[in-house]
Each structure stands twice: as C-alpha cells, then as structure tokens.
Design a protein around this ligand. Sequence first.
Ligand SMILES: NC(=O)c1ccc[n+]([C@@H]2O[C@H](COP(=O)([O-])OP(=O)(O)OC[C@H]3O[C@@H](n4cnc5c(N)ncnc54)[C@H](OP(=O)(O)O)[C@@H]3O)[C@@H](O)[C@H]2O)c1
Length: 255
Amino acid sequence: MISNKTILIAGASSGIGRQVALLLSQHNNRLIISARRQPELETLAREIQANGSQALAIPCDALSQQQAQDCIKQSIAELKTIDIALLNIGDGPAFNMSKASVDEINHNTQLNYGTQVNFLVPLIAQMKQQGFGLIAHTNSLAGFLGLPMQGPYSAAKAAGRILMDSCRIELEPFGLKFVSIYPGFVATERVQGDGIPSPFEISEMDAAKHVIRALEKEKADYLFPFMTASLIRLARVLPKSLTNKLLAKSVPADY
Ligand SMILES: NC(=O)c1ccc[n+]([C@@H]2O[C@H](COP(=O)([O-])OP(=O)(O)OC[C@H]3O[C@@H](n4cnc5c(N)ncnc54)[C@H](OP(=O)(O)O)[C@@H]3O)[C@@H](O)[C@H]2O)c1
C-alpha cells in the first residue's frame, strides 16, 4: 500500500487520474494535483482532504514548458520532495488519416508526448538531486501498434514508451525508477461516444486500481486488462499482414 508519500498527478481533474488521486487519498498521502481546470481541481482537493490526505492543487497547461516547470518548482517549494509522479495527460480521439490536418496531428503529438517531456525533464532534474523517485506514465495499449483510427495517438504513445525505456536504463543507477502503464479501453467520460470500438472496456475504478498496483509493483511495463493486453501481445508476434487484416475489421464501413 502506498502511504505517507508525496505524489504528483499531472492530469488529475477527471477520469483515471482523478480516481487514482481519490484512492491514494485514503492512505495518508500528500497529493499534488495538476490539470487546466481549476474548479475541478479545487473540488478534488476538498475530497482528498476529507479522506485525510494533504492536497496541493496547481492549475497548469502542460503544453507550456514553462508552466510544467513552474508546477514542479511550486511543488518542491511547498513539499520539499516528490516521491512519485504520475504523468497521466493524454487524449486519443478518432483520427481519419485522409481527413486529419497537420495541425490536428501535431497538437495530438504535443498533448500525448510533448506534455510528458515537459514534465519529465524537470522531474528528472529534481529526483536526481533527491537521489530517489518514481516516474510513471499513463501510456496505452495503443502505443504498441499502429491502430486504425488512432494513428497519431498510437504514434505519440509509442514515442512516450521508447523515451521511458531510455530513461530507465540511463537513470536507474541514480535511484530513479520508471513505470510505463498501458491501459486498454477504460469507460471515462472523455471517450464516451468517440466512435472507437472498445472491446473488453473496464470501469474507471478498475483502471485506477490497476494504476496503483503498477505503482506499487514498480514493474517497467504494466499492461491491463488481461484480455486486451493478451490480444496486443499476440498481434505483435503474428505476421503483420494477418494482424492488419484483423485490425481492419474494426474500422466501420463508412469511415
Ligand atoms: N480512457 C481510455 O480508454 C484510455 C485508454 C488507454 C490510455 N488512456 C490514457 O489515460 C490517460 C487519462 O485518460 P482519461 O480517459 O482518464 O481522460 P481524461 O479524463 O480526459 O483525463 C485527462 C487529464 O489530462 C488533463 N489535461 C488535458 N490536457 C491538458 C493540458 N494541456 N495540460 C494539463 N492537463 C491536461 C485533463 O484535465 P484538464 O482538461 O482540466 O486540463 C484531465 O485531467 C490519458 O493519457 C489517456 O491517453 C486512456
């Protein structure tokens, strides 16, 4: 059980990040919660405090390098160290590659990969100085394959996966740990009605429990749920022509 830790959650105002914050707040932690929507953060901070944990809400647009850096600075000024950081910001709307604009694709890359980098760099500096710390990233099973309707998102999450792999090798000797978390489909408000088929979808609460288990286990890669993770593992070893034929069946005829 994770208790008495200082934990930053970037992307805490809704969905999986919010639920993770609430579960962790039941075990006497100090939670730094960040996202753009201040009212949602303030409501969450009150719920965290009601559960007996400390809450520090820091509104921030993580597309801005400066704001992400300032978020870490303010966290350290108020709480001295960060034990665990969960980089949870991301969005994977349906993309049709014959209709998507370059700007839309670049924005999605920035949101899923750029925000990770904007937090990762100051966090590494801080944790290297501390001599300890765990950085986790909410990636996606979509980050293992180029999925149809998910191209830019798959690509950005794949970049995030590779970056974490490099960090792990370079920085573990300095006491830092890196955990990549790969959810399948999770029924959060954001994905309702996005038009993407979602087999084996799990609840927000189940996803949050998996995320916390991943933080506790400190395994490099944590994939869930079992069925979707198994299909992705299988798809990666099948011949690409066969995988592509199977994946093509998930695209609606009128897409
Ligand atoms: N739901 C799924 O099926 C699923 C599956 C696999 C992976 N994931 C991953 O899980 C993570 C959470 O997804 P979710 O479904 O829980 O979605 P969500 O509810 O939309 O959570 C995303 C969080 O990121 C924050 N955020 C977005 N843009 C931001 C920005 N520019 N600066 C700072 N914060 C920003 C949002 O808050 P504000 O809007 O207040 O900024 C929100 O707190 C994402 O990385 C997603 O890719 C989700």
